[in-house]
Design a binder for this molecule. Structure first.
Ligand code: MTE
Length: 330
């Protein structure tokens, strides 16, 4: 008989802070198409889409979201929606933190197809909304976020566990890594007409890292479909790693046998490794990683706090790296 042992980060329901503290009203997951039917608009069509309230417009199904209390630490104070969605790294839309929000408005992220392939038994090209519904809709989890540039936020992500997608793909035994290729649209995205990075943005994980309970595909923030500047409609979230691992606007997921490279490793291998685990004891060659600026707290320069090993998820993930020299495998 299987007994479910609660994970160390799972909190009893009694420990959770009130829903209103997060500006959320959890409701059963409603497929967007069912929502359209309930308002008598049919399953598709532009006229129907325009009837949707702004909070339900976007490239993903499954809203409103059900908050998962197991992934909400009352000690974590979520950063404001305004800051999460206006202080961004998304080089396709500019290199300044304030660029992605204005520059990505109007960029078309629906319809959106994602291809899942490589060493799996169930290769598929699937619409992002259909994928979300196949995954059973979305849930919300509040995670710490740490950028390699030594700033941090706390983000209520909506989405589904990456392990569900892996089970759906059904990897063959030879599959040891998973890669995430993001979009390539130089015609409509000005940053991709410049060689600021090696386009398209590309990331990878070891399969056991990807299968970890914490690994997540985000489709929303604060119970709303994820805005373009944060990586609509699908983006990776791996909370114990630096933010550059979180590939935005994914179009292709491949299962492969060999460790892939990633965009920042290609750009500067001496500064950015494959693992990108948050590690306060390993400095970036140009700055310390011992502390971080908390965005939204403590005025213009931000309150500083000590950075935690694996971004505070050490109990959960340290076993993945047992016996590895984490200064070498950074
Ligand atoms: N994904 C793409 N496609 N392009 C990017 O430039 N930047 C990465 C990551 N994903 C990036 C990307 C970096 S460096 C960080 S810190 C996070 O996205 C930032 O995510 P946020 O803007 O939602 O905070």
């Amino acid at each position: 008989m299987l007994i479910r042992v609660p994970k160390s980060w799972e909190l009893p329901e009694s420990a959770a802070t009130s829903e209103s503290a997060y500006l959320l009203r959890p409701k059963p997951v409603t497929p967007r198409r069912d929502f359209l039917k309930t308002i008598g608009a049919g399953a598709a069509g532009l006229a129907a889409a325009s009837l949707l309230p702004a909070s339900l417009r976007g490239a993903t199904a499954g809203f409103p979201t059900k908050v998962n209390p197991a992934y909400r630490d009352p000690a974590l104070k979520p950063t404001s929606y305004e800051l999460i969605t206006s202080y961004n790294n998304f080089y396709e839309f500019g290199t300044d933190k304030a660029d992605p929000k204005p520059n990505s408005q109007g960029w078309k992220t629906e319809p959106w197809t994602v291809e899942i392939g490589g060493l799996i038994n169930n290769p598929v090209k699937i619409d992002a909304n259909d994928l979300v519904m196949k995954m059973g809709g979305v849930e919300q989890r509040v995670y710490r976020f740490r950028c390699v540039e030594a700033w941090s936020m706390v983000i209520p992500w909506d989405g589904f566990p990456l392990s569900k997608l892996i089970a759906f793909a059904d990897p063959k035994p030879e599959a040891k890594f998973i890669t995430f290729t993001t979009f390539n649209d130089p015609k409509n995205v000005p940053g991709q007409r410049r060689p600021s990075l090696d386009w398209p943005y590309f990331e990878g994980l070891r399969l056991d890292e990807a299968n970890h309970d914490l690994s997540f595909i985000a489709t929303g923030i604060y119970g709303k479909p994820i805005p373009n500047q944060n990586g609509a409609p699908l983006r990776l979230v791996v909370p114990w790693k630096y933010g550059f691992k979180y590939g935005k606007s994914i179009v292709k997921i491949d299962f492969v046998a060999k460790q892939p490279r990633n965009t920042w490793q290609v750009m500067a291998a001496n500064e950015y490794g494959f693992y990108a685990n948050v590690n306060p004891t390993v400095d970036h060659p140009r700055w310390s990683q011992a502390s971080e600026r908390v965005i939204g707290e403590g005025g213009a320069f931000g309150r500083r706090q000590r950075t935690l090993m694996f971004n505070g998820y050490d109990k959960e993930v340290a076993a993945l790296y047992k016996g590895m020299d984490l200064a070498k495998f950074y």
